[in-house]
Each structure stands twice: as C-alpha cells, then as structure tokens.
Design a protein around this ligand. Sequence first.
Ligand SMILES: [Zn+2]
Length: 122
Amino acid sequence: MMKKIDWIIPGAAIAAALVWFTVQNFTAKEGKMVVVSIDGAVSGTFDLEKDDEIEIEGAYGIVDKLVIKDGKANMVEAGCPDKVCVNMPEISEVGETIVCLPGRIVVEITDGKESEYDSIAD
Ligand SMILES: [Zn+2]
C-alpha cells in the first residue's frame, strides 16, 4: 500500500508538468520573432518557430553565431573578447534579450506584429 501511494504523487506531478509544458510550448508558438540589431539598426528578423543558425556580423568585425532551436534563441559562438553574450541564458519570451556589447549586437524576442509596426515607424 505504501509503495503505491509513493508512486501516485510523483506520477501526478509528472502528468501536471507535462500538461504545463505542452501549454507553454503551444503558447510559445504564436508569432514570436527574433530581431537582430547591430549598432541600434535592425539587421534581420527571424521566426522563433523555425530552427535556424544565423551568423551575425557586428561591429569591429566581430561575428557571433545565433542558434534558434525549439522556440528558443541562444548565442552559441562569438568573436567578441568577453564572451558575455555566449554565457547569457537562451531567450524565448517577448522582451528578453541577448546583448553582445563589443559587437554592438542586440538579439531580442518580439511579438511579430509589434516589430512590423516598429520598422514601419522607423
Ligand atoms: Zn559577445
């Protein structure tokens, strides 16, 4: 009896976690975009839903490599001296950023529609 009860709670927790993960995963796939800016100017906009590898040529010849995978963007390689951007956590929520200061590169997650209006306004 005790052993059965021991298994029910973790089982329920795992089931709840799976449901939560599925819901999170689903909501994460609503038009989020990865906007790459260099020195304050948008240089590229990418779909966060599509797995991709992007080489970003920043300032001073610094080239960073950004990987978009499973709805998350992560800086995996960088030509900058400090590698702060590589050590930043991957981003997936609107408003989150990865910044490479030496390369003047900013990677930001935006709502797709908002970024469209932003670029028209610019
Ligand atoms: Zn960097």
